[in-house]
Design a protein around this ligand. Structure first.
Ligand code: GLC
Length: 747
């Protein structure tokens, strides 16, 4: 066959193949559905957790395996391991129609190999790296019988009091959308049905990150326009990336619980966006509509959730208890049940579970995948890229910046603080504790030893615990410090202080850790502070008095090695903050893409009659996009290919970036856009593009961006995306304060 015939054939065959695959699954689904009783249909919409790894308030209600045998459970979450999933699947094969179970798990930032928490990974701004870690997580989870991960969490969050900021990609819709798509592609790989792909799940739909006061599960109230502009884009990006499922959210949105919102689930998701995957409720959220005061009882909740488009009921047992009766009483149309069941069965066919229910439960494959050294290396690389250098000043005595440290043996290094030898903490929330963690997870202490080859030049003092008021360890810490040339102080939260149901009203370092740092600074020795947390913390004294500060989040399995790589300069830090760091909880919500207001802030000295607090500087402690390097980068003049553009014309933008230091480094070049005058006021600037580049000392690179017409658009009150004629400013730089500027007029 000649080449052209082959090309033509492939174009004709390929879509047909894909179409044929879908058509054939649709046919199989329809024929299976026709055999199912009403009770069996309802059973497919019932998802229960195992008792092995509990991620919510568990209900003990007898033998679940019997219900599997009776076809009353369609999906299980929190069942881990090839052996366990196989044994449960064997029970499912005893049901009348032998419909296999779907196994789901919160594989949020790794499964066997734990990667940095998602907020830390977002600080890398490295989309291919984030896709890669999701890919590895999927490979490891799929080998352990898991078909479905409840990730990526794509909630935009502007309030670090909310513990779940750790689970997302921070405050920006553009960055969050880019990361959402990358993570979905990583989890789903070459597509559902491949043996190393898992179904991804965009959650929590929607606007869960805007919980009032940062209090988890709290109400959310905002204009639908703001919902479209800020909170929905990452979900839309996930849908366009082909995400297999959505999870709705605990919160009410403008007075309607998301689980009972037909606007969100039927009109928007399944209607406008034409989503044909599964919508699963969040843990018990169907039943929680009674607590919301939206449903009179569990039966009413089942009615409202199904009517609103929530296909599968996680853990509330409302569907399995009441849906059949609601159909018999003609309160729910069987067509709605059929649609939900078809969505579930479609995925089970697509996963190949009817051909081979055990294809994901292969213990040999599990062992091989679990111990792949390449996964660990990727974890180290991702951890290094996630670290953010917040401050790195010269010390007079040193006449150079404190970091990177020299690894020469004649320097005595003191490692001080409660997180120096911490192991499991490094995995952060939404990770799994494995029996061999003590040998697999690398502590800071072990990472520095690995770097130096031995501990001969190291000394250690814990100083204090993470929490509590006990300062009795300070004396030993002072003694240790006196023997050292430089002090590395590792402080932070407990890993369980951020995550679900972990909202905090104050964000200071817990316990007496800040006092420990003060003691160490008082010794007069050079001090480096490492802060580990799942969220922005407030540490003003440290920020003002310590010359070198490194934000180390929770970096996962390779934490200690990655931190040592940065401390000793084997990796030049390149992380940039994906979320604003406040000076005080009182500033929250504080984010970079705010509106100007009629009395915009001018300066801290001229702040009468302006939008500002009188009792602290108006700026955040660290801005969105902030992150230092061991080298310096210079931005040249910003070039645009035209000063006037029409509505359907892309704009070409370029800028030369030069590494003006003496160390190779990576820089995240960020492009922000301002619509100066508009019918609905626009943020003072918005991230519209970014590129992470690598430059050798002295090297320059011309970075090109193409701004599509959509970049100039925004949602108007009718929820139409419009671009209005007028002046636009473009800013490019290494953080959201970017100053290189050019202007264009949209005609
Ligand atoms: C939890 C979380 C959700 C998670 C689910 C299952 O409550 O809100 O993100 O996927 O329950 O663990």
């Amino acid at each position: 066959m000649n080449f052209f015939r082959l090309v033509i054939l492939s174009f004709t065959v390929f879509p047909c193949t894909l179409f044929a695959q879908h058509a054939s699954i649709d046919k199989k689904v329809d024929s299976l559905l026709s055999l199912m009783t009403l009770e069996e249909k309802v059973g497919q919409l019932n998802q229960l957790s195992s008792d092995f790894a509990v991620t919510g308030p568990i209900t003990k209600d007898g033998d679940k395996q019997d219900r599997v045998r009776q076809g009353k459970i369609g999906s299980y979450l929190n069942v881990t391991g090839a052996a366990r999933t196989r044994s449960l699947q064997e029970i499912a094969m005893q049901s009348r129609l032998r419909i296999p179970l779907l196994f789901a798990q919160d594989v949020i930032h790794g499964y066997r190999t734990i990667f940095p928490i998602p907020l830390a990974e977002a600080a890398s701004w490295d989309l291919s790296a984030m896709e890669q870690t999701a890919r590895i997580a999927a490979v490891e989870a799929a080998a352990s019988g898991i078909h479905w991960t409840f990730a990526p969490m794509v909630d935009i969050a502007r309030d670090p009091r909310w513990g779940r900021v750790m689970e997302g990609a921070g405050e920006d819709s553009y960055l969050g959308s880019s990361i959402a798509a990358a993570r979905v592609k990583g989890f789903q790989g070459k597509g559902i049905g491949n043996i190393d792909a898992v179904m991804a799940c965009a959650k929590h739909f929607a606007a869960y990150g805007a919980a009032e006061g940062g209090r988890d599960y709290n109400s959310v109230d905002m204009s639908v326009r703001k919902l479209y502009e800020v909170y929905l884009p990452p979900f839309k990006a996930a849908k366009e990336a082909g995400v297999a499922s959505f999870m709705n959210s605990f919160n009410d949105l403008n007075g309607i619980p998301a689980t009972g919102s037909s606007f969100l689930q039927r009109k928007l998701l399944k209607g406008d966006w034409n989503f044909n995957g599964i919508v699963v409720s969040d843990w018990g959220s169907v039943g929680e509509m009674v607590n919301h005061g939206f449903a009179t009882d569990l039966k009413d909740a089942a009615l409202k959730a199904m009517a609103a488009g929530s296909d599968m009921d996680m853990e509330s047992r409302a569907y399995v208890a009441h849906l059949a009766d609601l159909v018999k009483e003609k309160k729910i149309d069987i067509l709605l049940i059929n649609d939900a069941v078809k969505r579930v069965l479609y995925k089970k066919f697509e996963l190949g579970l009817f051909e081979d229910p055990y294809r994901f439960s292969d213990e040999k494959r599990e062992q091989a995948v679990w111990n792949n050294p390449a996964h660990v290396q990727v974890a180290r690389e991702m951890a290094r890229k996630s670290i953010v250098l917040l401050k790195n000043e010269k010390l007079p005595a040193l006449n150079q910046a404190v970091l990177p440290l020299s690894s020469s043996a004649n320097k005595k290094i003191a490692l001080i603080g409660p997180l120096v030898k911490a192991i499991g903490e490094n995995n952060g929330f939404w990770s799994y504790a494995w029996p061999d963690d003590s040998s697999r997870v690398v502590s800071l202490w072990q990472g520095v030893i690995n770097k130096l080859g031995n501990a001969s030049s190291l000394i250690y003092a814990k100083g204090c615990e993470i929490t509590g008021a006990d300062t009795s360890g300070f004396a030993a810490a002072r003694k240790t410090a006196a023997l050292a040339d430089i002090l590395i102080v590792s402080v932070g939260e407990l890993a369980t202080m951020s995550g679900e149901a972990k909202s905090r009203s104050q964000l200071q370092l817990p316990g007496v850790q800040e006092q420990l740092v003060k003691e160490m600074v008082a010794t007069g020795k050079p001090v480096v502070v490492l802060i580990s947390a799942g969220r922005p913390l407030v540490f003003n004294w440290i920020a003002d008095h310590v010359p070198a500060i490194v934000y180390t989040w929770w970096l996962g399995t390779q934490a200690g090695n990655a931190i040592a790589d940065v401390l000793f300069g084997d990796y030049n830090p390149s992380g940039k903050l994906p979320i604003t760091f406040p000076r005080s909880e009182g500033q929250i919500p504080i984010y970079y893409n705010y509106l100007s207001t009629g009395r915009p802030f001018k300066s801290d000295t001229d702040n009468t009659y302006v939008t500002a607090y009188k009792d602290l500087p108006n700026s955040p402690r660290y801005v969105f996009g902030h992150g230092l390097s061991y080298t310096t980068f210079q931005y040249g003049a910003l070039q645009v290919n035209t000063s006037t553009i029409s509505k359907d014309q892309p704009l070409q933008v370029s800028i030369t970036v030069t590494n003006t230091g003496n160390t190779a480094g990576d820089e995240v070049v960020q492009l922000y856009l301002q619509d100066v005058v508009s019918s609905i006021v626009r943020p003072v600037r918005e991230l519209k593009a970014f590129e992470k580049i690598s430059l050798k000392p002295g090297q320059s690179k011309v970075v090109h961006f193409t701004l599509e017409p959509s970049a100039f658009s925004y949602y108007n009150d009718s929820l139409a995306l419009i671009a209005e004629p007028g002046l636009f400013h473009i800013y490019i730089g290494g953080d959201s304060q970017a100053t290189q500027k050019a202007s264009v007029t949209l005609l």
